[in-house]
Ligand binder design. Structure first.
Ligand code: NOJ
Length: 758
């Protein structure tokens, strides 16, 4: 039975004055002093909603103070009723956190996070999160389980789609931008959501890219790579952190005291809330860490997991654990205090109800335009042989549009779109009709029923369509279901019979443009040889179609860059740019192909470097790669001083010139290498980037400033240090940048407090 709407006394005030930190702490202490043990434990329970009514058991549980948060309830009337029960019928009247996976949009779907990362544009990413927050808040949601900032270097893992890619610095900067977008720059005012950085930590390092598999991460990699974005999120004021499902070096993250207490609370000073992942406390016994739910509740609570999502081990066992002296009550106070602090920061106690009329309509023209801009900014032009793109509507009489993803309103939305509405989607086929349908004859053939179809029943019609047209645009890749949680692939080639379709179409001799719609990098070496141009559109969201059409016909010049490496073949994985040199780095001089090895040849003396016999060691497209319709050149890289004192700053500058005939955006990327260090450092690391706009012929000198903090790393003693010595700095348009200079940092090794980051 639907719930009647709650009467609102008035619209929520435009802003509730944020209590100062001391005021919030006083209110937390006051509430705790008035709560029973059971009520405090009640705050630690997050239970599932998701109905169009409030079931009796939930009504009773909230009334009795046994629930602190719900998730997956998106009917605003139901949410308001839940809040009414909590605030008016429970003894202390504490409202609920209402959580939802608002990952890349809500009704209006933006590109998948991996696509957004390709924009290298923190402002754009922040705007997308802001729109998502507004649409979700209009339903009464006040907490999102985003950003997902797991470093993702294995594209077999389905959750790369949700991530911001392989690089700690890019993920840190964009993750912080998402936090600001969800939570607001200043305070968690109306229309904002509490953000949740997840999954703490190291989840992306699951063995063989198989979701939930174990992770073994040396502590210095954990700190230098995986923890870095989380630290940035904490510094950006993220309200909550979600633990990872995985086992991290023998202790599942949900019970990992080192991560949840030592690093997060003691080193970083985080005072927000830690939530488990779905059922991950109960799963501690499945991991073999505990015997039963009681043991799981004890370990998770003592390690630092404040709130339990979905399972009930806290509700069932924490009170008796406290009474039996196995969990100190002070621990429960701290956990409940973290939850209450989050609610107070959200202004929930002053403003528990939601009036949708106070919010802009979902999928408004403004939101759709923002999604279109974001989609255009995320598309990476991977290849463009002989200027195949942009297409010129005036010179083209006909165009074949082929592929299972050309006209699929749902699949273009990607993974994690619980609330996305495919009815708002504009597909590429529709957008192309709208853009050039009056001038160019457009012929459409699906080619394959789905990206996974194994038959070739649609090939003949597709080939016929191609033969009749001047050029072909293929819309291939992966359906949404092939990436995301628990959707991993062992072979990341084009699924199904799509590669054969590419071959059949290429055999027509027509110019072939591949628009790749995917949730992960694919291994496309053979496919790439057969296409003249390739545009990676990811899963671009609601307005993917118009953004693709704009790029294909040159209304927009592509400007995005790969946030993750594209391998040639799956067997190269994991392959990422910031690798270590090793003692025998690969060189062209010593590369031997498998075909060139004589049977029973004596052991090769010059070939002993690090490569596979059957594929080059280089990726198909490196991190940071992306072409434009114009061209950029880099000149005159220089440093402000060849020798820099440890406490000083070095300015690295370069001249960037738009040498092409169009205006365009360039992502200027700065990489460093610490040439000699007490622990080996990656061959290149992104340390700064800037998206700039240059008109045709324009030149601009770009400066980056580096201090010792930008050159720091966790060394052997797990302290954050900057060591003196030589540094190489590259600036260019991808991680393959060749233009570099060097400087020397002089002084004693500097130890930086763990609480600072660059
Ligand atoms: C499990 C996922 O791992 C997590 O990312 C998500 O937020 C929760 N389920 C809630 O849906």
């Amino acid at each position: 039975m639907p719930v009647p709407r709650v009467m609102h006394t008035a619209s929520p005030p435009p802003d509730v004055p944020q209590a100062d930190a001391a005021g919030i702490e006083a209110r937390v202490a006051d509430l705790l002093s008035r709560m029973t043990l059971e009520e405090k434990i009640g705050q630690l329970a997050q239970v599932s909603g998701g109905r169009d009514h409030v079931p009796d058991h939930l009504r009773d549980a909230i009334r009795e103070g046994r629930v602190g948060a719900v998730l997956n309830e998106v009917h605003v009337d139901v949410v308001n009723e839940l809040q009414r029960i909590a605030t008016e019928e429970s003894r202390l009247g504490i409202p609920l956190l209402v959580g939802r996976d608002v990952i890349h949009g809500f009704t209006t779907v933006f590109p998948i996070p991996l696509g957004q990362a390709a924009s290298f544009d923190p402002d754009g990413v922040q705007r997308a999160a802001r729109v998502a927050a507004l649409e979700a808040a209009a339903r009464g949601i006040n907490w999102t389980f985003a950003p997902m900032i797991d470093i993702s270097r294995d594209p077999r893992w389905g959750r790369v789609a949700e991530s911001l890619g392989e690089d700690p610095y890019l993920t840190a900067t964009l993750g912080a931008a998402m936090v600001r977008g969800f939570q607001g720059d200043q305070s968690l005012g109306p229309g904002h959501l509490a953000a949740c950085a997840k999954h703490f930590a190291g989840y992306g390092a699951c063995e063989s890219g198989r979701d939930y598999a174990t992770t073994s991460i040396p502590e210095h990699d954990l700190r230098n790579v995986h923890l870095r974005p989380f630290h940035a999120a904490v510094q950006a004021g993220v309200a909550s952190i979600m633990t990872s499902f995985s086992d991290v070096n023998g202790v599942p993250a949900t019970a990992n005291t080192f991560l949840l207490t030592q690093v997060l609370r003691e080193e970083w000073g985080f005072d927000g809330m830690v939530v488990s992942d779905w059922d991950s406390i109960r799963q501690l016994s499945v991991h073999g860490l505990t015997e039963d739910d009681r043991g799981s509740a004890r370990l998770a609570a003592c390690a630092g997991t404040d709130m339990e999502m979905a399972s009930h081990t806290y509700a069932h066992h924490l009170a008796s654990l406290v009474r039996d002296g196995e969990v100190p009550e002070a621990r429960i106070d701290a956990m409940a205090g973290n939850v209450l602090r989050t609610k107070l920061r959200l202004g929930l106690l002053e403003r528990p109800y939601t009036n949708p009329a106070d919010y802009p309509a979902a999928a408004s023209a403004e939101h759709l335009q923002a999604a279109r801009d974001a989609a255009a900014a995320c598309m990476v032009l991977l290849k463009n042989e002989g200027h195949t793109l942009p297409l010129a509507a005036d010179h083209l009489t006909s165009l074949a549009i082929i592929g299972p993803l050309a006209d699929d309103a749902y699949e273009q939305l990607g993974t994690w779109i619980f609330d996305g509405d495919a009815q708002h989607s504009v597909t590429p086929l529709r957008a192309l009709h709208e853009l050039v349908g009056d001038r160019v004859t457009l012929r459409y053939a699906r080619g394959c029923a789905t990206t996974r179809s194994r038959d070739d029943a649609g090939f003949a019609a597709a080939v016929e369509t191609a033969t009749q047209s001047d050029a072909v645009v293929l819309f291939l890749g992966e359906e949404a279901i092939l990436s995301g949680e628990a959707h991993c692939r062992a072979d990341i080639g084009l699924p199904g019979n799509q590669e054969a379709l590419v071959e059949a179409i290429a055999a027509t001799g027509k110019p072939v443009i591949l628009v790749l719609m995917t949730g992960r990098p694919l291994a496309l070496e053979r496919v790439a040889e057969r296409c003249h141009a390739i545009l990676c559109a990811w899963h671009p969201g609601t307005m993917g179609g118009p953004a693709i059409a704009d790029i294909l016909f040159g209304n927009v010049s592509p400007s995005a860059r790969l946030p993750i490496t594209f391998p040639r073949v799956t067997g190269q994985v994991p392959i990422y740019y910031a690798q270590k040199a090793g003692g025998k780095p690969p060189t062209h001089a010593s590369y031997i192909h498998i075909d060139n090895i004589e049977p029973r040849a004596p052991q090769l003396s010059v070939g002993n470097t690090s490569f596979h016999l059957d594929v080059l060691w280089t990726p198909l497209w490196p991190f940071g790669h992306g072409l434009s319709y114009t061209t950029f050149e880099y000149h005159d890289i220089s440093v402000s001083a060849a020798v820099v004192p440890m406490e000083g700053m070095v300015t690295v500058s370069v001249e960037v010139v738009n040498t092409g005939h169009r205006d365009g955006d360039e992502v200027v990327q700065l990489y460093i290498r610490d040439l000699v260090a007490s622990v080996t450092r990656p061959v290149k690391e992104l340390r700064a980037y800037r998206r700039i706009h240059l008109t045709s012929g324009e030149r601009q000198v770009i400066e980056f400033h580096l201090t010792a903090a930008d050159l720091a790393f966790y060394g052997g003693a797990m302290q954050r240090i900057t060591e003196p010595g030589r540094f190489r700095v590259w600036i260019g348009g991808s991680s393959d940048a060749q233009l570099y200079t060097e400087f020397e940092l002089r002084g004693d090794t500097l130890t930086l407090p763990a609480s600072t980051t660059s």
